[in-house]
Design a protein around this ligand. Structure first.
Ligand SMILES: [Mn+2]
Length: 255
């Protein structure tokens, strides 16, 4: 069996060069495989709004088919894609999670999270995150016109990730700052009993063999799939996490 962990692709829509490759990945998953979407798979997908359901109809139907043939699918919400329980929750074999996810394969314990809650010093984001999942926000998303949600969300995500060299610089500084914080978090998970820890969000393709007391584990960050189409995989019998690449997007470069 294959475990596939994919995050931070920030897919815009079906016209996105990575979109077909993700659909292929889902369509080629076999019975018994496990697919984990670990947040920010989409640039914007908030609530069961018709606009998003239509925009990502192919993703939804591919996922529905995969789940029906016995692929186990988890969706860990990120900071660009949340309030998704009504979107995917009704598909049997497809689970939506708000936070970290732990599971076992072949006696190995995997801990996977998006990573947006790892930096506990970022109070502003943590408060915002709580608000975004609140009853008020749920009601707002349900009642607001689709176009307004799309406009607000796009505005916010543009603010958080602009194109150009200056932002690449900022991205590097952010990754450098977050690296030790993510490593420490991963170490705590290994100490708690995890054998493999996979996080995303920081867009930092970090990896680290961890020793915590008498426990040994391995941490891998999904990195910056937007620039190279990478994802993380683990196969029964291999015993190690590996980076894989999505199949040949036509023009992968974007912010
Ligand atoms: Mn994120």
């Amino acid at each position: 069996m294959n475990l596939i962990i994919l995050s931070d692709l920030h897919l815009l829509g079906p016209e996105d060069p990575f979109y077909p490759a993700v659909l292929t990945l889902i369509r080629e998953a076999n019975r018994g495989d496990r697919l984990v979407f670990a947040g920010d798979v989409f640039e914007l997908f908030v609530g069961a709004k018709k606009l998003f359901l239509e925009r990502h109809a192919e993703f939804l139907s591919a996922s529905r088919d995969a789940a029906a043939r016995g692929v186990s699918i988890d969706y860990i919400e990120g900071n660009h894609d949340f309030l998704l329980e009504k979107v995917f929750g009704e598909i049997s074999g497809f689970r939506v999670h708000d936070g970290g996810l732990e599971f076992e394969i072949d006696g190995k314990c995997f801990y996977v999270a998006h990573g947006d809650q790892v930096d506990r010093s970022d109070f502003r984001y943590l408060v915002l995150r709580r608000f975004f999942r609140s009853v008020i926000m749920r009601a707002f998303v349900r009642l607001a016109p689709d176009a307004l949600i799309d406009w607000l969300g796009t505005r916010m995500s543009k603010k958080s990730r602009k194109n150009g060299a200056a932002s690449r610089d900022r991205q590097t500084r952010r990754a450098d700052r977050l690296r030790p914080i993510f490593r420490e978090f991963a170490t705590r998970q290994v100490a708690r009993g995890a054998d493999f820890v996979v996080l995303g969000h920081s867009h930092d393709a970090d990896e680290l063999a961890i020793t915590a007391g008498d426990r040994h584990g391995f941490y891998m960050n999904t990195g910056d799939p937007r620039s190279n189409g990478s994802y993380v995989s683990w196969m029964t019998g291999s015993g190690e996490l590996i980076r894989m690449k999505l199949i040949s997007p036509s023009s992968p470069a974007r912010g």
